[in-house]
Design a protein around this ligand. Sequence first.
Ligand SMILES: *[C@@H]1O[C@H](CO)[C@@H](O)[C@H](O)[C@H]1NC(C)=O
Ligand SMILES: *[C@@H]1O[C@H](CO)[C@@H](O)[C@H](O)[C@H]1NC(C)=O
Ligand SMILES: *[C@@H]1O[C@H](CO)[C@@H](O)[C@H](O)[C@H]1NC(C)=O
Ligand SMILES: *[C@@H]1O[C@H](CO)[C@@H](O)[C@H](O)[C@H]1NC(C)=O
Ligand SMILES: *[C@@H]1O[C@H](CO)[C@@H](O)[C@H](O)[C@H]1NC(C)=O
Ligand SMILES: *[C@@H]1O[C@H](CO)[C@@H](O)[C@H](O)[C@H]1NC(C)=O
Ligand SMILES: *[C@@H]1O[C@H](CO)[C@@H](O)[C@H](O)[C@H]1NC(C)=O
Length: 184
Amino acid sequence: MKSVAALSTLLACAAAQTAYFGVISARSASPIHLLPLQANGGKFFLGGTPSGYCPSVAVGNETCAHYPGNSTTFAGGNVTLSLGVVVPGGQQVYVAPDGTLSYTGAHSAYIPEGSVRTGWNRTERDDGSGLGSLSFEEGLVACPRNETLPWQVYGQVANFTAPEGCLGFGAVTYNASDAAAWQY
Ligand SMILES: *[C@@H]1O[C@H](CO)[C@@H](O)[C@H](O)[C@H]1NC(C)=O
Ligand SMILES: *[C@@H]1O[C@H](CO)[C@@H](O)[C@H](O)[C@H]1NC(C)=O
Ligand SMILES: *[C@@H]1O[C@H](CO)[C@@H](O)[C@H](O)[C@H]1NC(C)=O
Ligand SMILES: *[C@@H]1O[C@H](CO)[C@@H](O)[C@H](O)[C@H]1NC(C)=O
Ligand SMILES: *[C@@H]1O[C@H](CO)[C@@H](O)[C@H](O)[C@H]1NC(C)=O
Ligand SMILES: *[C@@H]1O[C@H](CO)[C@@H](O)[C@H](O)[C@H]1NC(C)=O
Ligand SMILES: *[C@@H]1O[C@H](CO)[C@@H](O)[C@H](O)[C@H]1NC(C)=O
């Protein structure tokens, strides 16, 4: 019994260590109000579908069924930010020198020189709702591409000047129970 109790304490601690969350944009009376922040092809977009992927040949169908990869979750948010993934090594979020909000590839730590990987701050409401907010030091903006494609997300770093038509937005967080994808 003692070892069972010890194990469940251990599991509870392990669960508490990695807190996953999703992000929804907030910019009232705009086309980018209440859209999910999605990871796709190394960049981030508001709306659209994420590029979640699971190597079922390597890890098995059952494992992959737990990580359908059709939504985007994050981890961290205390100075640095990561994607909520299972792939060993994880996937780190950074702002590239051209301002694009980006993430590292699976099995790669490569981040272009001049990128910004810090400046994140996730704060939680204390009302038990599981909601909170995520900020990036210099602010986040989304820029339209064409009528059919989701808006692309940028961090307002020194070398980036948002073109006309881009909109700043707030990032609302909600608790997620697990990573949503093996990798993106
Ligand atoms: C996964 O499912 C596919 C199709 O359903 C099947 O062909 C394959 O053998 C399965 N792989 C494993 C590891 O179970
Ligand atoms: C993702 O896929 C799972 C399993 O197919 C499904 O239950 C879930 O509703 C989907 N979620 C989204 C956001 O599409
Ligand atoms: C953020 O990280 C710092 C340094 O690692 C730590 O002292 C602090 O408690 C963390 N804050 C939160 C909200 O987890
Ligand atoms: C600034 O951004 C442009 C693209 O917008 C990029 O080509 C250039 O390399 C960046 N400059 C620096 C110093 O990162
Ligand atoms: C995050 O924001 C909270 C509330 O504004 C502040 O108390 C805290 O110091 C900030 N943390 C970081 C890492 O900037
Ligand atoms: C949401 O997750 C945080 C950890 O990031 C946890 O402290 C908090 O209790 C959770 N809230 C709810 C309502 O699940
Ligand atoms: C938007 O851009 C995509 C990719 O370049 C293209 O396939 C699509 O036709 C464009 N749609 C419109 C309405 O211009």
